[in-house]
Design a protein around this ligand. Structure first.
Ligand code: FAD
Length: 403
């Protein structure tokens, strides 16, 4: 009998395991991951940015966890010798009409307590000489890291704390009773007093297995990237972002210098026809049918048809992708870009067509379900893990074990 079983070995599941081990050093903790490696899905295919927390609605979980998480991620990397760099980033308006939105973003950043400066086009050029813009914000605390390395360390710490970690183990069924939950997997059956669902792209389905209605469905949005050829990396010093459309949770295609020195451009945000669909042609009938028969999707599509079509065009046409990037750096040419990895975002969508904006953590009987943990959940992971543990009712029997 385990005290806690965590479903999902992405950055949220692993950080929760680590936080649980700290809170209850004598607890029997189990982490189950269906893939053969940690961080196989969203976590291992993201932009590798340690976000500052400028974008998010003041008072939201995203705003709080990201600002605190940015700090705790940097401290974690320092403590454990993980490569990272606080390189800062610029957010730039490329047209006059974007300036009011840039100003709003600046005010929001100040409200969120982020270290930022409003900078002129000339000052932007001092930081990023190849950017053409009409105004910008310099965000000082933004950094870069490889989140796969962070996850490897989280997993190592869980093991050192006495936790049990199992790869290649997919939870297929949950049998709940008043005191225990039985997890049936492709790799044996496990019994736990408390279950934490951190299943990312499958979190809504796992919640249902645990008899919790997530009241939202995960809709997968693929983010495709190009990479600058090594000879053109000089065009980007750090991180260059456009002013985002406030109606969407995505930040717009941007340039990211990765911690290994390569420069990635993207990601776009195109509906994926498969939850774990990393290629344009990937298709899964169940995943596709669920989206197509979901009223929430059609309400979203009706409202944002133009944006959706633009994203599809940008996904299919390298020229269109290049044009988006040229708004930031006019010198970039299509031949400077080569396709690289893609990631799929797990974005919860409500029946009324609204995208769930904040992190969403729901409670069931002896269970907690993380039903929306999109960006900046990697940055925020240490804080999300701590918050989940704080939401779990005190486990008196484990306190006794401590005495
Ligand atoms: C393209 C892209 C770029 C991003 N950029 C950034 C960024 O720069 N900075 C940032 O902070 N955030 C970024 N994000 C967001 C961030 O990566 C995610 O919010 C975060 O990784 C979510 O972590 P997770 O553990 O919830 O999900 P995941 O990493 O997807 O992990 C969930 C795990 O659950 C497992 N699982 C699912 N079902 C089962 C089952 N039944 N049994 C067992 N295991 C199961 C899956 O295999 C998976 O490994 C980005 C995301 C994407 C997609």
């Amino acid at each position: 009998m385990y005290d806690f079983a965590i479903i999902g070995g992405g950055i949220v599941g692993l950080s929760t395991g680590m936080a649980l081990g700290k809170r209850y050093p004598h607890a029997r903790i189990l982490v189950l991951e269906k893939e053969s490696k940690w961080a196989f899905h969203q976590t291992g295919n993201n932009s590798g940015v340690i976000h500052s927390g400028i974008y998010y609605k003041p008072g939201s979980f995203k705003a709080k966890f990201c600002r605190d998480g940015c700090r705790s991620m940097v401290e974690f990397c320092q403590e454990h010798g993980i490569d990272y760099e606080v390189c800062g980033k610029v957010i730039v308006a490329t047209e006059e009409e974007e300036l009011p939105r840039l100003e709003n973003l600046y005010k929001r950043g100040l409200e969120n307590g982020i270290e930022i400066n409003r900078i002129s086009p000339e000052e932007v050029k001092e930081i990023e000489p190849h950017v053409k813009c009409v105004g910008g914000i310099h965000v000082l605390s933004t950094g870069i890291v490889n989140y796969k390395q962070v996850c490897e360390k989280y997993a190592q710490i869980i093991a050192q704390q006495g936790g049990e970690l199992r790869l290649n183990t997919k939870v297929e069924k949950i049998v709940t009773s008043s005191n225990t939950q039985v997890l049936e997997t492709n790799n044996g059956t496990f019994e736990a007093r408390f279950v934490i669902n951190c299943a990312g792209l499958h979190s809504d389905r796992v919640a249902k297995l645990g008899k919790v209605d997530p009241q939202a469905k995960i809709v997968p949005f693929r983010g495709e990237y190009y990479e600058l050829t090594p000879e053109k990396r000089y065009l980007v010093k750090g991180l260059i972002y456009p002013v985002p459309n406030p109606e969407f949770p995505f930040l717009g295609v941007h340039f990211t210098r990765m911690i290994d020195g390569s420069v990635h451009a993207g990601p776009n945000a195109v509906l994926s026809l498969k939850r774990e669909g990393y290629n344009k042609t990937d298709f899964d009938l169940r995943d596709f049918a669920e989206v197509m028969t979901y009223a929430g999707f059609w309400k979203l599509a009706a409202k944002h048809a133009d944006e959706g079509i633009k994203e599809i065009v940008r996904s299919l046409s390298k020229a269109a992708f290049t044009r988006s990037l040229q708004k930031l750096i006019p010198e970039v040419q299509a031949e400077d870009l080569v396709p690289t990895h893609a990631g799929v975002r797990a974005q919860a969508l409500m029946n009324d067509g609204k995208l769930v904006d904040d992190f969403l953590i729901l409670h069931g009987q002896n269970s907690v379900h993380v039903c929306n943990a999109p960006s900046p959940a990697a940055t925020s992971s240490i804080e999300i893990g701590k918050a989940i543990v704080a939401q779990i009712p005190e486990q008196q029997h484990l306190e006794t074990a401590l005495v």
